[in-house]
Design a protein around this ligand. Structure first.
Ligand code: SRM
Ligand code: SF4
Length: 532
């Protein structure tokens, strides 16, 4: 197959740096980097290539790096969480961790001098951070209750592990897939409620029966970027579970060798699909596989609304429950992580699960242990029954650590949701997603109400603002939301959201005497039922 990699002279900055030296090469240089310190490291290695081992230079906090792990299917063991807790603990106030929108963990405050020891510790508990950033495949997502969901179709945990092992050569780093045209997302769903947001992945495996056999229909090309957002489209392929890894490999090779590389804004898989059309892409994948692919099953098995897994639920294993804890905007401190590891061991089987809503699930809690677990002090903060708006809140990193951010997100999101929860009774949770810039890491397009950070003007001054997104539908028949209003100053946001929650989502003021709220005209909001 011919590669479309442009001639050296016309390579963009990122293609150049990859062509000069594969990102994975920094793995052998970590001891050296630790000795010379972050300021002396070659800038391209420090700011870019270290991302191939999951280490991100943070211009906002120079010298304090972020480490992005890989937690396939979001399944974590208490010993692993304890190791991560002890890593961030040594950084005091600088150390914390975030659960990400790909059911993964990122550690904060990491010092270069500690990297060799951190990597030894990760390896000892079978964790890896390799190829979690830049032009690599991100964490493989699956249903957070795989293997324990009483209504699941297929347990995807092993498939997620196998795909990760393929991409990372069992966590050691795989040069075969370390120079993709751009980042790449894969999700494998074995549930009925599309808990992975299949529609926003470059490859999504969606459960479907063909001739009585349970396998997957395959969607391709879903992505968000600052310039364009696109839902994944059917590849007209059905695969049996045993064919999932080989199909991922073939698609990745076709994308690696043919994906568009000249313009990074047009390098995600969907742009190749646009250029080729699905039939040609499908044919190239078949050629790479050396075997024909079955056509898609006529129907998939996504037939439920999306669950958030917060609360107590019976497992498929009789007598056991899983307990979903709400972690406000996904932020964890070392003491929380130690506590969660302890709770998983004392009440469960030592396992924890992470969700794309940035929460934690403790599985395998016997009915007899539930009352004590529910009395744990930690559950006062990590509740099983949070208030309606806080419950479904998701937020990207934002200005605290991310240099792309146009606004602070996590603190602002949480404060506002709490205030609105105090003022309103919402009959249902309303999914509010905050994202600090148009890169959309916080997925505002899948939310009931999406808020994307921007700069706007108020009283003649530049101020923090948001673009408002609505119409995101999740679960079966998922749809992406769109921008309905631009440039709302953050200081004006509360009355606008209050109106919206009352008019569109059936919220009622808690205190009738304070029913006053800005009218649509006053708030500048013009949202129709269709928009919502
Ligand atoms: Fe993201 C870049 C954080 C999920 C689209 N994302 C970044 C960087 C690495 C930018 C940077 O260097 O500062 C952010 C790191 C900030 C930090 O310090 O934490 C960042 N992205 C995140 C996380 C942590 C948000 C969160 O708080 O949960 C998520 C980590 C997931 C993981 O575990 O791997 C995260 N990012 C996403 C998602 C959501 C998803 O995958 O479902 C998207 C949209 C889906 C997609 O990729 O198609 C997303 N991130 C981006 C983009 C736009 C990609 C593009 O094609 O243009 C960028 C910018 C880029 O890659 O150039 C980006
Ligand atoms: Fe950073 Fe923007 Fe992604 Fe938020 S959406 S984490 S601000 S890149």
């Amino acid at each position: 197959m011919t590669s479309t990699v442009p001639a050296a002279a016309s390579l963009n900055k990122f293609e150049k740096l990859k062509a000069e030296k594969d990102g994975l090469k920094v793995k052998a240089e970590l001891e050296h980097f630790a000795q010379i310190g972050w300021e002396a490291i070659d800038e391209t290695d420090r700011d870019h290539r270290l991302k191939w081992v999951g280490v991100f230079f943070r211009p906002v906090t120079p010298g304090k790096f972020m480490m992005r792990l890989r937690i396939p299917n979001g399944v974590l063991r208490s010993a692993q969480l304890r190791t991560l807790a002890s890593i961030v603990q040594r950084y005091g106030d600088d150390g914390c961790a975030d659960i990400t929108t790909r059911q993964n963990l990122q550690l904060r405050g990491i010092r270069i001098e500690d990297l060799p020891e951190i990597f030894r510790q990760l390896e000892a508990v079978q964790l890896t951070s390799v190829q979690s950033g830049m032009d690599n495949v991100r964490n493989i997502t699956g249903s957070p209750v795989a293997g324990i969901d009483a209504n699941e179709l297929m347990d995807t945990r092993e498939l997620c592990n196998q795909v990760q092992d393929l991409i990372t050569a069992n966590g050691q780093g795989n040069a075969q897939f370390s120079n993709l045209p751009r980042k790449f997302n894969i999700a494998i769903a074995g549930c009925r409620d599309n808990s992975v947001h299949a529609e926003i992945n470059d490859i999504a495996f969606v459960p479907a029966y063909k001739e009585g056999v349970l396998g997957f229909n395959v969607l391709v090309g879903g992505f968000f970027s600052a310039k364009r957002c696109a839902a994944a489209i059917p590849m007209d392929v059905w695969v049996a579970p045993t064919e999932v890894v080989a199909l991922c490999e073939a698609i990745l090779i076709v994308y690696r060798d043919n994906g568009l590389r000249a313009n990074r804004q047009k390098a995600r898989l969907m742009w190749l699909l646009d250029e080729w059309g699905v039939p040609r892409f499908r044919q190239a994948v078949e050629q790479q596989l050396g075997a024909p692919l079955a056509t898609a099953a006529p129907e998939d098995e996504f037939c439920w609304d999306k669950r958030d897994h917060i609360g107590v639920y019976e497992q498929q294993q009789a007598g056991f429950h899983y307990v979903g804890l709400h972690i406000p905007v996904g932020r964890l401190h070392a003491t929380d992580m130690f506590d969660l590891a302890r709770i998983a061991e004392v009440y469960g089987n030592g396992e924890l699960r992470l969700t794309v809503e940035q929460n934690v699930i403790i599985p395998y809690v016997p009915a007899t242990r539930l009352p004590l677990l529910l009395q744990e002090a930690l559950l006062e903060r990590f509740s099983t029954a949070p208030s309606a708006l806080v419950r479904s809140l998701v937020s990207c990193t934002g200005a605290q650590f991310c240099n792309f951010a146009l606004v602070e997100t996590k603190n602002r999101a949480l404060a506002l949701a709490k205030e609105l929860d105090q003022e309103l009774i919402c009959p249902h949770p309303v999914r509010i997603h905050w994202t600090g810039c148009p890169n959309s890491c916080g997925q505002p397009q899948v939310a009931d109400i999406g808020l994307m950070g921007t700069k706007t003007r108020k009283d003649g001054k530049a101020v923090d603002g948001v673009d408002l997104y609505m119409g995101g539908k999740v679960g079966q028949d998922a749809e992406l939301g769109t921008c309905v209003q631009k440039g709302i100053p953050c200081t004006d946001l509360k009355p606008i959201l209050r109106d919206l929650l009352i008019q569109t989502f059936g919220a009622q003021p808690r205190h009738p005497e304070s029913t006053e709220f800005a009218s649509p005209a006053a708030s500048g909001l013009q949202i129709t039922a269709d928009d919502a």
